[in-house]
Design a protein around this ligand. Structure first.
Ligand code: AMP
Length: 258
């Protein structure tokens, strides 16, 4: 596996792509867990070149959020990515992605302002912008995202449709621990006691019933519990805070991800 840090180097290698079924891109912020590995496996299955990006994107964090303490361990991530069959790990610096004078942002409209967007105002602007940049840099045929972040997936699909991008978005089911908690890099922040508390989130969503879910989460610090329709797929989605950790999760109620 090659680790690439600059856009120039990644672009130089691009002619190597395109001889077979194509290139798959898996955008990530690192601290890999089995959820990321499921995305790598899905990409490995249908592409001849698999590129994973590892970039903790400052543009999608609010000023009071966890950018500074977000878990980072590039050596471990590189080992896991290589074992998963990733060909290229693209790990640019912040300056490489947002050089001095950077000024262009993608506004995804109303979809980016609801639910997560209400509590994280510029989050989806940051997500959409970095995804568009990664799509332009890597030029993948397919890009892989997790159902865990259902609204993010909807935003990226909207971006692809609205800006006529020539790639397919694949959605991989949420990978959970044995106790039901959706894997997340942020789970590392939880103490054992907090983790116990956090289990109310998957239990509440598993009811697939809004009123019951709200009832089961009534003792928690809840940002939202809502039914949402993302591109024709109905989900029950929630965000809660356990101590200093903010967790999101969702269950599909009906419909295939489109
Ligand atoms: P992150 O590194 O947290 O930005 O996540 C990178 C990608 O992995 C995103 O598309 C996430 O939706 C996806 N992902 C994160 N957690 C999970 C999970 N538990 N199951 C499946 N996909 C996940």
């Amino acid at each position: 596996m090659k680790i690439v840090r600059t856009i120039a180097e990644l672009t130089r290698d691009r002619p190597l792509q395109g001889t077979g079924p194509g290139t798959g891109l898996v955008p990530t912020m690192g601290a890999f867990h089995a959820g990321h590995l499921a995305l790598f496996a899905a990409a490995r299955e249908e592409n001849d070149v698999v590129v994973a990006s590892l970039f903790v994107n400052p543009a999608q964090f609010g000023p009071a959020e966890d950018l500074d303490r977000y878990p980072r361990d590039e050596d471990r991530d590189a080992t896991l990515a290589e074992e998963a069959g990733v060909d290229v790990l693209f790990a640019p610096s912040v300056d490489e992605m947002y050089p001095d004078g950077y000024g262009t942002w993608v506004d995804v409209g109303e979809l980016g302002r609801r639910l997560e967007g209400e509590f994280r105002p510029d989050h989806f602007r940051g997500v959409a912008t970095v995804c568009l940049k990664l799509f332009n840099i890597v030029r993948p045929d397919r890009a892989y995202f997790g159902q865990k972040d259902a609204q993010q997936t909807a935003v990226v699909k909207r971006l692809v449709r609205d800006l006529n991008l020539d790639l397919e978005i694949r959605v991989v089911p949420t990978v959970r621990d044995d106790d039901g908690l959706a894997l997340s890099s942020r789970n590392a922040y939880l103490s054992p006691k907090e983790r116990e508390t956090a289990l109310a989130l998957p239990r509440a969503l598993a009811t697939k019933d809004l009123a019951q879910a709200r009832e089961l989460l009534s003792n928690l610090d809840v940002d939202y519990v809502e039914e949402a329709n993302f591109n024709g797929q109905r989900v029950l989605a929630a965000a809660v805070r356990v101590g200093k950790t903010r967790l999101i999760d969702n269950m599909i109620l009906e419909g295939d991800p489109k």
